[in-house]
Design a protein. Sequence first.
Length: 277
Amino acid sequence: MLLKNGSKGEDVKKLQAKLGLAADGSFGPGTEAKVKAWQAANGLTADGVVGDGTWSKLFGSAPVAAPAAPAVAIPPSDFKLSALKGHVPDAVIAQIPDTAAKFGITNTLRLAHFLAQCGHESGGFKAVSENLNYSADGLKKIFPKYFPGNLNESYARQPEKIAARVYGGRMGNGEEASKEGFKFRGRGYIQLTGKANYTSFDKFVEDDILGNPDLVSTKYPLASAAWFFNNNKLWTICDQGATDAAVTAVTKRVNGGTIGLEDRIKHYNHALHVLGE
C-alpha cells in the first residue's frame, strides 16, 4: 500500500471519503494536505504519504490487494533490448541476455524492476563503487547512530575510516579495526556490501572475489546485482505486478528502507514503457 500525490483509483476514493473529502479518486494537493493534518493529529509522521501504517490506523487493517496475473515467462532473446539504447549503456545491454539466463530474469516485470534498482543505486549505471566521502554533516544525516556527539568530525572525508566504522562488526565483516568494512564496501550496480555477501558471490562465480573485491566493480557489476536479486528471492516480489507497492517492496529489500523511492518508481515506470509493457 502506497498512496501519494498523483495516485488514482478506488483506494484513493475510499481514503478521501474517510477524510471527509469529495471522493473523486484523484490524490492531489488537497488530499495530501488533509492526510498530513490527520497524520500529525494522530501521532504519525506527517509526510502526506499513505502507507500501510497510516491506512491501518485509519481503517483498522491494510487493504488486501487483488492478486496479480502471473507474469508470462519469455526467453531473454525476446526482450526488446534494442529499445533500451540511449537509456541504458550499451555495455550493460550487451550483458542482459546472459545475465537474464543465469539468474532467472524471465519476464519484463523482473527486468524493469532490476534495471530500475540498478539505475538508481548506480546513478544511471555510472557508479560501480560506493562513495563514502561524507562531510561531518553528511555523516550525521546518513549514519546518525554510528556517530554520536562530535565523533563525526574526526571521520569526515575519510572513506576508509567511515566504512570501517559503519560496516564493521556486521554483514560478516570483522570489527572496525579490521578495516573489512572498507574492503567489502558497496560495489557493483546494486552495491554488493559485506564480507558475507562477497563470500557467497565468490563461491557462485568461482573467482577470487575475496582476494580481489574490486572484481565486483570491474568484472561483475551487473552479475553481482542479479545474484543479489536471486539470492534474496526478489524475483517473486517483482512478479507481483507493475505497481508502486511492488517497487516499494523491492526497494525495502535492496535499500533496507525506502530512500530514493520516488526516483526508483520513476526508473521502473520508464523501463516498463521503454520495454513496451
